[in-house]
Design a binder for this molecule. Sequence first.
Ligand code: ARG
Length: 480
Amino acid sequence: MTDPKAAPADPKDGSSGQASAWSGRFAEPVSERVARFQASVGFDRRLAEADIDGSLAHARMLTRVGVLSSGDLAAIERGMATLREDIRAGRYAWSVADEDVHFNIEKRLTALVGDAGKRLHTGRSRNDQVATDVRLWLRREIDALAPRLRALRLALVSLAERHTDTILPGYTHLQVAQPVTFGHHLLAYEAMFARDSERLADCRRRVNRLPLGSAALAGTSFPIDRESVARELGFDSLCPNSLDAVADRDFAIEFAAFASIAMMHLSRFAEELVLWSSPRFGFVRLSDRYCTGSSIMPQKKNPDVPELVRGKSARVFGHLAALLVLMKAQPLTYNKDNQEDKEPLFDTVDTLVDCVEITADLVANGLEAVPARMREAASEGYATATDLADYLVRKGLPFRDAHEVVARAVRAAESRGVDLARLPADELAAYSPLIGADVHDVLTLEGSVASRDHPGGTAPRRVREAAAAARAAIAAEGGP
Ligand code: ARG
């Protein structure tokens, strides 16, 4: 969760024992236990780049409005460049005594450049600072995630294109319902992930608003120029209310809600892969790279990757619940409770990115369809019974009566252990005089899927169209 390159935070490093940024108000320093308890640097150092970017934009603005001298700004820029390099190289020793990423950086900056570092915090508070950092960090993660989600969709489309004519049973209640094409089934998932992409883009709009300038809660008496900070940091607009800006984390909750829905979709797909790859179904083979064996049962090949994707959805749903509960009873404005928003948010991002990437890879490189098994299953479950009913309706029978006729025919076929299509036309005719020699055209699997020929239907030519449309939409969104 934390940057693996970063040096560990040491509770007894050089900074402990020194005065903390707010210690003037206190007669004695906090106990080491409290220092450790309230420190967030162990995880929020992940915000370091965002924190530095936010501080630089703030300092430049303060200089433009005449609050900081250009000499101070130059010193801050120089110091921050050194800090950034040290952090990136993993040379930076984070200090638990300095509480969080913000104090760590400010203190080290001051050690490097002197008074200019102490002036940086003019007109801001850690409250608007942390809200800004989290938004900036999350926006960057969103921008990295969006193309990965599109890559997953593209992998599904590519596989669908190869299987526009491959027939498998469609299920309701996990009972064979009607034949569909494998391409159509895969594009159902593409449609789900396409909505996830939409939700992500929409969430980004509300993430990308600037809290900085709200200071602790009430704003600042300095003549700040928030618009110019927003422009420099790439925010679309300002948070319009200083109290709300430092208090709310609904943008993080919204992201966790988006992520939960996406994980739910991934989990459903994973569940189908687990079923399909089981010998009973045998609809797909997962390549060995995505499976593991059993330590005791030599015959086993377990679909661990999809199982884990399914399992990991649980923690993301948990993070959504955690963030909601974290927020729900907080009085305005900022409360230290909010420090607890980071780990759930970070883990939500990490888990989702991991699951999206591995699923895309599995679809593109680790999944082999077994059309013969799919077809066999589709031929066994009376999947074309609805087609027979529709045939009778076209010959004038009301649908409810047709349903009844076919139900009786299915019972007869079942008692003889054969599929409807195997019953001779004259035998079928015993159930309705409307049944003629042409009946077998509608009882074939190909006839059944080809007849569902409308937008959104499973007919192979519609699936080809849908795949092309999905491909075009992904390209229009920017591609992977
Ligand atoms: N580490 C804190 C957090 O994550 C930063 C803000 C602290 N502000 C304060 N007034 N104590 O929320």
